[in-house]
Design a protein around this ligand. Structure first.
Ligand code: IMP
Ligand code: MG
Length: 180
């Protein structure tokens, strides 16, 4: 793993594919243990969460589970716009069901807050949040993730689904913006 450059910004290796794999396996075990007797519906938040959701969903093969997708957008470049746009909504009826929202990262928490409010209005039995990455110091909304892969500082990162203006999602490892 070496440095990578996108749009003139340099990123250095931060979390390896191996570390991600190990952590996702642990989260999968926790979800399996917590989900006995329910058939949770995983809701993957596109675009960023698709690699994480794909790995996490396959880490819970001991339980019956379903997966679906919503598409939201709040970031432009390396910063949150503060406004959350819904590009594709939920088509399933979630009344009485346990849902597990799967996100790549919680930063200000605005995206997750808005989504969870929306989901709660549809009367699910329970809404849980799984996020691969969490920036606790950037949080401005009352959001409490149930499953967190890694707590990270308030810095911009890319890879494993996380992008800079659409690029870098296909990197297998996670990289952090280099301090100059
Ligand atoms: P929030 O609404 O501020 O919590 O932002 C959540 C969304 O912003 C995530 O789903 C990501 O798509 C994006 N995001 C937040 N931090 C980063 C980052 O460090 N790199 C890439 N995307 C990020
Ligand atoms: Mg996202």
């Amino acid at each position: 793993m070496t440095e990578v450059t996108y749009e003139g910004l340099t990123f250095v290796p931060y979390i390896t594919r191996k570390e991600i794999e190990a952590r996702v396996a642990e989260l999968g075990r926790q979800i399996v243990a917590d989900s006995k007797g329910t058939t949770p519906l995983f809701i993957c938040v596109l675009n960023g969460a698709f690699p994480f959701a794909s790995d996490l969903f396959r880490a819970v093969e001991e339980i019956d589970a379903e997966i679906t997708f919503v598409r939201l957008k709040s970031y432009e470049g390396t910063g949150s716009t503060g406004k959350v746009k819904e590009l594709v909504g939920l088509s399933e009826d979630i009344k009485g069901r346990t849902v597990i929202v799967v996100e790549d990262i919680i930063d200000t928490g605005k995206t997750m807050h808005r989504l969870v409010e929306d989901l709660r209005s549809k009367e699910p039995a329970d809404v849980k949040i799984a996020t691969l990455l969490f920036k606790p110091d950037a949080l401005v909304c009352p959001v409490k993730p149930d499953y967190v892969g890694f707590n990270i500082p308030t810095k911009f990162i890319i890879g494993y689904g996380l992008d800079l203006n659409g690029l870098a999602r296909n990197l297998n490892d996670i990289y952090i913006l280099k301090e100059e």
